[in-house]
Design a protein around this ligand. Structure first.
Ligand SMILES: O=C(O)c1cccc(C(=O)CC[C@H]2O[C@@H](n3cnc4c(=O)[nH]cnc43)[C@H](O)[C@@H]2O)c1
Length: 215
């Protein structure tokens, strides 16, 4: 499990009762999260105990009204929303420029099982390097990604690291603030961390019974 900061790591570790699972604070932002996750995966592989699944977890901004404060979101797609080029005709993802990737898809049966066990809503979770701070940007992101429920800053980096090891990825987030105009008074970080811990408390049976070779 790769969270961004120690408070998220502790919430996940407190909820999750799964021997053998490692929960790390991998850092904020996609690049730091990718580097830390890749290091953890490489260490495990070199020790002869490769991981079967990587989970990006933490708090997130939720697109209203689809993902209210305190709700949970599980990614059916993890998309880098600002990896590309701005042109006079609008944003072009790097894939339109002929290289890279912008989306990773977690295993659909696992997403469904996590949604059923935790009540998380399945949808796209966007990865951004800049937290959205205006209604216009929020509307632009939803227009480009109509199934987006949330934005955060690490999922795509964690997914890139997992993909480089051939390991499936999942992203589970608890909504701490609405995506849109900056309003620190509206943040509910404590509630989101509690929801995250509760969700991981329900995840152990799902993760224990999940077999990547069945996919
Ligand atoms: O200063 C601000 O206006 C601001 C607004 C929301 C979040 C932040 C953060 O610095 C938190 C980044 C941290 O938490 C995740 N996160 C939580 N909410 C959001 C969001 O609305 N958009 C993007 N990321 C969010 C993120 O994954 C980071 O780990 C500051």
């Amino acid at each position: 499990m790769a969270t961004a900061v120690p408070a998220e790591r502790d919430a996940v570790a407190h909820g999750l009762a799964l021997p053998g699972a490692q929960v790390i604070a991998a850092g904020v932002g996609p690049a730091r999260a990718a580097a830390s996750t890749a290091t953890a995966l490489t260490r495990a592989a070199l020790a002869g105990r490769p991981y079967g699944l990587v989970v990006s977890a933490g708090i997130a901004g939720g697109f209203a009204p689809h993902a209210p404060l305190g709700s949970l979101v599980v990614a059916d797609e993890i998309t880098a929303a600002d990896l590309g080029a701005e042109t006079p005709d609008g944003f072009l993802p790097v894939t339109d420029l002929g290289f890279g990737t912008v989306t990773h898809r977690p295993p659909a049966p696992l997403v469904a099982a996590v949604a059923a066990a935790t009540g998380a809503r399945p949808g796209a979770v966007l990865t951004v390097s800049t937290v959205t701070g205006t209604a216009a940007r929020a509307a632009h992101l939803r227009a480009r990604h109509p199934t987006a429920l949330a934005e955060a800053m690490e999922g795509f980096g964690v997914a890139e690291a997992a993909a480089s090891h051939g390991t499936p990825v999942l992203e589970l987030r608890a909504v701490s603030n609405p995506v849109g105009p900056r309003d620190r008074a509206a943040w509910r970080i404590g509630d989101a961390l509690a929801a995250l811990g509760d969700a991981f408390g329900k995840l152990a049976p799902v993760l224990r019974s999940w077999n990547p070779h069945d996919q």
